[in-house]
Design a protein around this ligand. Structure first.
Ligand SMILES: Cc1cc2nc3c(=O)[nH]c(=O)nc-3n(C[C@H](O)[C@H](O)[C@H](O)COP(=O)(O)OP(=O)(O)OC[C@H]3O[C@@H](n4cnc5c(N)ncnc54)[C@H](O)[C@@H]3O)c2cc1C
Length: 423
């Protein structure tokens, strides 16, 4: 039996603690907040999309960075194991659109309660208001080679807390999360711990994050949500992203599912440039069908002014913006609109223009892209290749996925495998 200290009481840390304790270790779980799972509580808008009901292979295809590194972890504890774990322990789950799995109650607090009950049942010592300041390591002599030159390797020996007390341990797991939504406690401490232990930390950037938009008219549209639209994003002439779904205009630019996914799919270098986005407002209709639709609408309102004839086609908030972009006088009678003007309107419906100029910050990012370099971590155990008995799990690692429950699946899988790998 080893004494194990786990730093971070989020989903990865809690799952690791339960697993290590089930294997008979004495586990101490440190959480600097006043309660466990503060970020978990706000996931899925308070409903917690805890995993996705797809094939394990599809899980991995929704991972944007270092999916191959996660292979062993996902197969050690996959999405079926996650739902079984929660159902078995009293938190019943349901599957919604896109395979998203939620607790039947729609309350993330039930997910947290289930984990807390398991921690208690397995005698994990939870220490709240307890902040880890440093990971303590020591060199130890592995062997002496023929030239009598000593070869040393590091191993972990405990954790130093911010109040300067030391907790000795045979194994330490870092599950401190990423750098986003810092009010939940994920302030990037784990990156510093990793660097102090000799690990590389790749550049961290916000991901699953809204974009700024350049055009003032975008701010006029704030609050407007568009469903069933198709979005294409271009870097100069090159199409770099295309997705069908929902989006939202905000006071600074654009957000919503297709936009957040775009931020995860588009490379950091490209995200810094001005990118041109084209929104197809009626993707189910061909150009000819759209023109016919306009003709029909205009024929039915031939004596109306242009500004009063778009209600059937566009949300009210969009009409003034659309009219301004069309350069057609709002007072013009609909029966005076020319074929060329109609073609322009069809073009706008097919390619409503928005210029993206950078992403918002960590405070609005669902996840952090970048983190502890995965090539320095053993993928079969989550153990550091540099420091013996030091483990990493969850978002602190350089792994990230799209929305749909995949990021929590990463936390559960890597937490489980790390906790299970302690000897
Ligand atoms: C608004 C929002 C909604 C989301 N919704 C979903 C969703 O529905 N589905 C999904 O799959 N993913 C979702 N995510 C992503 C998901 O929440 C994270 O990927 C996941 O929480 C990462 O788990 P973790 O355990 O690695 O880290 P965290 O959940 O960040 O937990 C880390 C914990 O470590 C503690 N800690 C940090 N430093 C120290 C220290 N020095 N000492 C002690 N404790 C420390 C922190 O206080 C924190 O409690 C969402 C994220 C956000 C921000």
């Amino acid at each position: 039996m080893s004494r194990v200290v786990i730093v971070g009481g989020g989903p990865a840390g809690m799952m690791a603690a339960i697993r290590a304790a089930k294997n008979g270790h004495k586990v101490i779980l440190l959480e600097k907040n006043e309660k466990l799972g503060k970020k978990l509580y706000i996931t899925g808008k308070g409903r917690c999309n805890l995993t996705n009901d797809c094939d394990p292979q599809d899980l991995l295809s929704n991972v944007m960075t270092n999916s191959r590194f996660l292979y062993s972890a996902v197969y050690a504890f996959d999405n079926k194991n996650v739902t079984e774990f929660f159902n078995r322990n009293g938190c019943h789950t349901k599957v919604e659109r896109g395979g998203r799995v939620f607790p039947v109650s729609d309350h993330s607090s039930d997910v947290i309660r289930t984990l807390q009950n398991e921690l208690e049942k397995n005698h994990v010592e939870v220490r709240l208001h307890t902040k880890a300041a440093h990971i303590l390591t020591e060199k130890y002599q592995l062997s002496e080679n023929s030239t009598k030159k000593r070869r040393y390797e590091s191993r972990v020996r405990g954790v130093l807390l911010s109040d300067h007390t030391e907790i000795p341990a045979e194994a330490v797991l870092i599950a401190t999360g990423g750098n986003s939504y810092q009010a939940t406690g994920s302030t990037g401490d784990g990156y510093r711990f990793a660097a102090e232990c000799g690990h590389t930390v790749t550049e961290i950037v916000p991901s699953l994050v809204p974009f700024y938009a350049e055009e003032p008219y975008v701010m006029q549209l704030q609050g407007l949500s568009l469903k069933n639209i198709n979005v294409r994003i271009f870097d100069a002439q090159k199409l770099i992203y295309e997705e069908f779904g929902e989006m939202l205009f905000t006071h600074f630019g654009v957000s919503g599912p297709v936009i957040l996914s775009a931020s995860a799919a588009i490379k950091e270098m490209q995200r810094k440039k001005k990118l041109s986005m084209r929104i197809h407002l009626k993707p189910a209709l061909s150009t000819e069908q759209l023109d016919l639709r306009l003709l029909r609408d205009f024929q039915g309102a031939s004596r109306k002014q242009f500004k009063n004839a778009l209600g059937g086609l566009l949300p009210a908030k969009m009409i003034p913006v659309f009219i301004a972009l069309s350069n057609i006088s709002p007072e013009k009678r609909v029966n005076e609109i020319t074929k060329e003007e109609r073609a322009k309107l069809v073009g706008l419906l097919e390619e409503f223009p928005v210029t993206l100029c950078g992403v918002r910050g960590f405070e609005e990012a669902i996840i952090t892209r970048g983190g502890v370099a995965t090539k320095e971590i053993n993928p079969s155990t989550m153990e550091s290749k540099y420091v013996k008995n030091l483990f990493f799990c969850g978002e602190v690692l350089d792994v990230d996925a799209l929305t749909g429950g995949y990021n929590l699946q990463i936390a559960w899988s890597t937490g489980y495998l790390a906790g299970d790998s302690i000897e």
